[in-house]
Each structure stands twice: as structure tokens, then as C-alpha cells.
Design a protein around this ligand. Structure first.
Ligand code: HPA
Ligand code: ZN
Length: 326
């Protein structure tokens, strides 16, 4: 439709994207073969059929299993370039790729593989597609904070290439405060923080992430509406929420998109952005998420322009680049 064409042309910024969550089944099979990894699936169709999730943990099991085919820096490069090629088709102008070094380290993959592979892909995306990007090194909240601290120290050769540290994985019973020291250490090095909070976990985790981690953005954050004082704080501080509509439906954070709290978040005056999270698992990239919101909420061009502006203002981006895109 005309609206879809317009949404594709809109130069969008994607702030919440797990690069391991962009691994399409066909590439998963190709890399499994290349690396001698046995997958518990017969075919690409069987992989797709398995993507029927009840909640965040049931997704994470397949997400960590899927990324097991990533071994070398070339594998990470191929993964990211396949994503950038699709992002270009979606009209994405800027991407902040999050990755989970601990999930690779436990498999014996050294930090240099994701770092060097992803950074090379980011440079290639700039020259091939004119897409700007930034790297977010995320920590797994369901693992020991001491391990996160160790990874932060081991990442020293790449500190200048890290736009921010993040916090993801299973949220329930894994409050953000445990990572206060890690985020403080990163901040002391000049690296800001973002954190997933209020996706499956309570609104209290959003407040805790702001207060104990001093994060400048909240990933998801949709459950903030359960706490009116928190909503006021988020509004007054204009904290960006990187909301992922199709992800929230797939992981049953909301029963349907029509019932998604996005319109309520915007009505509350919050700084909302639209993102795809794990597009290979959740049924669509940036354009699909935008089109779905147009269909579910009847949002118009001005609504999408406002949210794209929110994302560009919240992005870890050189000012000259922001001036071009805004
Ligand atoms: N939530 C938490 N952790 C994640 C996600 C998510 O949606 N995707 C990848 N890791
Ligand atoms: Zn996420």
C-alpha cells in the first residue's frame, strides 16, 4: 500500500536489535554445516514450526541454541551483513546492534570473534548501504555479575568501539540491581548503559534499572504503566523506551497487538520508539513492525515521524549524522 511504501522510505533508526536474533533458519543450517554443528531440526520449515513461544524463557532456549552455530569472526560478519542487507530493504538508516558475548564465551568462542566480525560488518554496512551503526555489549542478567565484570575487563581492546553496555536474558527473578557495579565500572570508562526492564519483569525493575544502573534508555519498559509514579518519572526525564510490538505479541507479553499498551504509553507522554528485537524469531523486521502498528492503531505519518525523531534523538550517533537524518 501507499502507507507501506511511505514507511519503507522513512529513514528509521533501530535501537533495540539482538544481532543473534536476526539469524534466519537458512543461514543457521548453512553455518551448522560449515562448523560441523548438529541441529535438532530436519529442515528450515521445522525450525520455523518450533518458533511458537509461551513466554520469554521458552524463546531464550531456542535463541541460545540457534546461536550455537556461530563460531568464527566470519560467521558473525555473515550474520550481520545478512541483517544489514534486509535492513536496507526496510529503509533502516541507523542500527544499534546488541550482542551477548557471554553466550558465545560459554561455548568457547573468544570475544574477538563477535567483536571483529560485527565491527567489520558495521564498516561494510556504512560503505555498501550508507547505514550508520553502533555496538551494544549486553550482559546476561541470569548469570553471575562477576562473569559480566570479567567480560567487561576482557573487552578492553574494544572499549572505544562500544557505544553502550546492555542487560538482557531472562528477566523474572533477575533484578537489575545485581549489576550495579558492572554498570558503574563501564560508566567510569565513559561507556553508558541501557537495560531491558519491564518486559516480563515488574515495573519495579524499571525504577531499579534507572536508580541502580543509571541507564539512559529502557529496553521494552511496557510494564511501567503499572506504576503511575514511575510513568511520571519516565515522562519528566524523557527516558526513551525501545518498544518491540511484534516481539511482545510472540512472547505473550500482550495477547494481541490490538491490546498492546503502545497507544497508552504514547498517551502518557512517554518517549516511545519502535524496534524489532529478534526479527528472525518474532515474525518481522522494522518495516513489518511499523506496518503492524499502522494497521492495529491507525497511526498516521505524523505518529511515525514523531517516534522516528524520538529514536534519532535517543541514538548513540555522531551529531553530524543526527543532523543529516533529523
Ligand atoms: N528479552 C530479553 N532478552 C533477550 C531478548 C528479549 O526480548 N532477546 C534476546 N535476548
Ligand atoms: Zn531485547
Amino acid at each position: 500500500t501507499e502507507m507501506t511504501a511511505w514507511l519503507r522510505e522513512l529513514p528509521k533508526a533501530e535501537l533495540h536489535l539482538h544481532i543473534e536474533g536476526t539469524l534466519e533458519p537458512a543461514l543457521m543450517f548453512a553455518l551448522a554445516e560449515r562448523n560441523g554443528v548438529t541441529l535438532p531440526y530436519e529442515s528450515v520449515e521445522a525450525v520455523r514450526a518450533a518458533y511458537d513461544f509461551d513466554d520469554l524463557p521458552s524463546f531464550l532456549t531456542l535463541y541460545y541454541q540457534g546461536m550455537g552455530v556461530l563460531h568464527t569472526r566470519e560467521n558473525f560478519f555473515d550474520l550481520a551483513m545478512a541483517y544489514f542487507d534486509r535492513a536496507r530493504e526496510d529503509g533502516v538508516a541507523h542500527v544499534e546492534l546488541s550482542f551477548d558475548p557471554q553466550a558465545h564465551r560459554v561455548r568457547g568462542v573468544p570475544l574477538e570473534a563477535p567483536f571483529e566480525g560485527l565491527l567489520a560488518a558495521c564498516r561494510e554496512a556504512e560503505s555498501r548501504h550508507g547505514i550508520s551503526s553502533a555496538l551494544i555489549m549486553s550482559f546476561l542478567r541470569d548469570r553471575d555479575p562477576a562473569e559480566a565484570m570479567e567480560v567487561l575487563e576482557q573487552a578492553a581492546p574494544w572499549h572505544a568501539s562500544i557505544a553502550a553496555v546492555g542487560l538482557d536474558s531472562a528477566e523474572r527473578d533477575h533484578p537489575p540491581g545485581r549489576f550495579a557495579e558492572v554498570f558503574a565500572r563501564a560508566r567510569a570508562m565513559g561507556i553508558p548503559g541501557v537495560a531491558h526492564a519491564g518486559e516480563e519483569g515488574p515495573a519495579a525493575y524499571i525504577r531499579e534499572a534507572l536508580e541502580t544502573l543509571d541507564v539512559c534508555r529502557i529496553d521494552h519498559g511496557v510494564r511501567c504503566l503499572e506504576d503511575a509514579d514511575l510513568v511520571a518519572t519516565l515522562r519528566e526525564r524523557r527516558i526513551p523506551l525501545t518498544v518491540c510490538p511484534l516481539s511482545n505479541v510472540k512472547l505473550k507479553v500482550t495477547p494481541t497487538l490490538a491490546e498492546h499498551p503502545l497507544p497508552a504509553l504514547r498517551d502518557a507522554g512517554l518517549n516511545v520508539t519502535l524496534n524489532s528485537d529478534d526479527p528472525a524469531y518474532f515474525g518481522g523486521g522494522m518495516l513489518d513492525n511499523h506496518v503492524a502498528c499502522h494497521e492495529a492503531f491507525g497511526w498516521t505519518r505524523n505518529d511515525f515521524l514523531a517516534m522516528t525523531r524520538n529514536a534519532l534523538e535517543a541514538a548513540f550517533m555522531a551529531e553530524e549524522r543526527r543532523d543529516v537524518l533529523l
